[in-house]
Design a protein. Structure first.
Ligand code: GTP
Ligand code: MG
Length: 182
């Protein structure tokens, strides 16, 4: 990786839209490891990521490497492997899911344990006036003394995913400037 290349990670539960988000945004053909979904009880969709997703965004003088994790906890061993050298993490959630609060806790805690890296939360499938869910997420995070930016997004929309990445890159840059001054 050059100095102007960042690796960032998309994580979150099954069906939150990690694979969709990376393919919406990538400037190169994505690498996907989706296989037939045998966890229909967890999420009713045809395919699921068994190992990782990979995409790449070109930026002047460098690029952003986009990695996606599997969502199932049984593939959790992949999370720290993929988090290695990541500059930050985007946690995607399904705002309609009944286990939203548990998903938030599981994924935020898992990646915070890797070292307090810059984080952004993207919540999908929210009605535009659904501020209660965002407030609840904010409260759960404040209990952990963290306050990452939280956005309502449609992962199928490139601009929404780009907003998440830009918010994360801003945090990464601020962190790097802080480290240079220290
Ligand atoms: N109708 C609707 N579909 C959505 C919305 N957001 C995401 N989706 C769909 O939800 C699905 C998400 O699937 P994936 O991208 O495979 O999710 P994932 O997070 O990679 O899931 P795993 O790899 O199984 O962990 C896709 O079919 C998206 O098109 C939304 O706001 N509305
Ligand atoms: Mg996937």
């Amino acid at each position: 990786m050059t100095n102007d290349e960042f690796k960032i990670l998309f994580t979150g539960p099954m069906g939150a839209g990690k694979t969709t988000a990376i393919s919406a945004l990538s400037d190169q053909e994505c690498i996907s490891t989706d296989v037939l979904n045998t966890d229909i009880d967890q999420c009713d969709k045809a395919m699921t990521t068994a190992a990782l997703d990979y995409g790449f965004i070109d930026i002047p003088g460098g690029g952003v490497r986009l990695y996606g994790t599997p969502g199932q906890e049984r593939f959790r061993f992949m999370w720290p492997i993929l988090a290695n050298n990541a500059a930050g993490v985007i946690v995607l959630l399904n705002g309609e899911h009944p286990d939203l609060d548990t998903h938030l806790s599981v994924f935020v805690d898992a990646f915070w344990e890797q070292g307090a890296m810059p984080m952004v939360i993207g919540v999908g499938r929210l009605a535009s006036e659904d501020f209660d869910v965002i407030e609840r997420i904010t409260d759960i995070l404040l209990e952990r003394h963290i306050s990452p930016p939280i956005f309502s997004v449609d992962v199928r929309e490139k601009d929404d995913v780009l907003l998440l990445v830009e918010a994360l890159l801003c945090q990464i840059e601020v962190n790097e400037m802080g480290m240079m001054q220290a």
